[in-house]
Each structure stands twice: as C-alpha cells, then as structure tokens.
Design a protein around this ligand. Structure first.
Ligand SMILES: [Zn+2]
Length: 274
C-alpha cells in the first residue's frame, strides 16, 4: 500500500463515520407495543417495493398449491389479523404500521418446507409443509401472527448498529442486496431475514407481538406453544445448541410463550371492528 492509498483510506473512513452518525440521528425508531428502539437504514417505501418485486418472482418460480379451501383459510386468517392489527393501533391512537401494506397471500405446494414468511409490505407465503405442524386454524393463525409481527415491527428495515458499521466497512451485504433487487431471489429473501433467521431479540419480539395479534384476531394462542412442541419433535436431533444459533432454542421459546400466554389472553382479548 503506498502513501496515497493510506490518505484515501483515511478520508474514506472519515466519510464513512460521518455518514453513520447521520443515519443514527435520522433513523432511530421505536417498535410499537414493546417500545424497543431500533435503527432504520432503508426507507420503508423502498423495501416494500423491492419486496413486491421479489414476491412476483417467487410466485412465478414456485409451484403454487391448487388447494383452494386451504388457501381460503389462509386468507381468512390473514384478513382477521390485518383488521385486528389496524383496529388495535387506531383505538390506541398509534399510527398504524401497516397503513402502507398491500396484503397478499400465497400457498406454495412444497411439503418439505416447514415454513411461512411475511415480507415487508404484507406479502405472505405459507409452504404446505408447515400445515403438518400447525394442524388446525389456531395453529396456522399463530404462525401467521408471528410472521406478520416481523413485518409490523419492521425488522427487515432495522439493523443493529454493530452490523451496520461492519457491513458498510466491508462493502457488505446491504448494498449487495439492493444491487440484486429483482435479480437474486435467494439473496433478497435472505436480506429480509427470510432465509437467514432474524436475530434472537427480533425472534422473541415477533413471538410476543405475534401472540398479541393472533389473540386480538380471536384465535386460541395456547396453540402457539403446542406448535413449537410439534416442531421440536419433527426436528429431533437436528437442532444446534442455542449458543451457536442466532435463533432462540425451541425449548426456551416454548417456555417463554407459556409464560406470556395467560397475560396476553387477559390483556388482548378479541377485538372487533366497530
Ligand atoms: Zn421469526
């Protein structure tokens, strides 16, 4: 490395640190209900637009199920949760975080994938494999409530400070993911936390907000702990120890849900549109 390189590198680093300060000041936001502060670095409108493009790609690449009854159940649960969330925020005079959402639901015919996700802006996919674990509408509502909670809490827009700085300096995956918009489906899904799990704090937050939304929508949230029991059984022996994973361990998750459920049932009973 010659002298000019060093100077440029210094200038570059100074430039980066200025940018970072600006971002910290301008884009700290608070998750409704849990009131956790998080940093936002990508505007919601941009992210929703990217998500909608990727969703179209997923729709054209994946085999969509022709089970209309099942798809209708998914949509019915979804509409109930949508309405409950908006009604809750309206009644409490909090700006509805889903005001700009354009909700959409698909059922992907893939029995091997036990998963569901909700992209920014309310683009939801359920994979047929998870229906073996959810078993009934209360179970399915619990899973959808959790996924919707990630989108309501805007977890994809939020990146913790450490990650952000590391990422900018390494020219890393955030800029990479924006470049890949509309091109690399897997990369974009990862960007939204869909292939890579969200971090532990975000997962716990989605569990908590998820049962609140599911309860407000009129479903039996005791099923949420039971799903994880069934998931644990289905994944027996395949799970890494919690300290190695960015996800909370299943046992910890089940215990946390069991601790929250009675209080949430009392505090967040079904809410009907007035
Ligand atoms: Zn999650």
């Amino acid at each position: 490395m010659n002298y000019t390189d060093i100077i440029n590198r210094r200038k570059f680093l100074r430039f980066i640190s200025c940018c970072t300060c600006g971002l910290i000041i301008s884009s700290c936001s608070t998750v409704p209900i849990t009131e956790r502060k998080q940093l936002r670095i990508i505007p919601e409108s941009t992210l929703n637009r990217q998500a909608a493009q990727i969703y179209e790609k997923v729709k054209s690449k994946e085999k969509l199920s022709d089970d209309l009854n099942q798809l209708n159940e998914i949509k019915e649960i979804g509409h109930n949760i949508e309405q409950a969330v908006s009604e809750y925020f309206d009644r409490n005079n909090i700006a509805d975080p889903t005001a700009n959402f354009k909700w959409e639901y698909i059922l992907v015919d893939n029995k091997k994938i036990k998963n569901a996700w909700c992209m920014p802006g309310g683009k939801i996919a359920v994979y047929s494999g998870i229906l073996e674990v959810t078993k009934n509408k209360h179970g399915l509502a619990s899973v959808m409530g959790h996924e919707i909670a990630h989108a309501v809490a805007k977890h994809s827009v939020a990146i913790n400070l450490g990650t952000q700085i590391a990422d900018i300096i390494s020219g890393g995956k955030i800029s990479g993911a924006s470049r890949a918009a509309g091109v690399d489906v897997a990369g974009m899904l990862a960007h939204f936390g869909i292939m890579n799990p969200f971090n532990r704090k975000q997962e716990s937050e989605a569990d908590y907000l998820g049962i609140i939304f599911t309860s407000l929508a009129g479903y039996d949230i005791r099923e949420s702990a039971k799903i994880w029991e069934r998931m644990k059984e289905a994944n027996k022996g395949k799970e890494p120890p919690e300290w190695m994973s960015t996800h909370p361990s299943t046992s910890r998750r089940i215990q946390q849900l069991k601790d929250w459920i009675p209080g949430v049932i009392l505090e967040y009973p079904p809410i009907k549109k007035m």
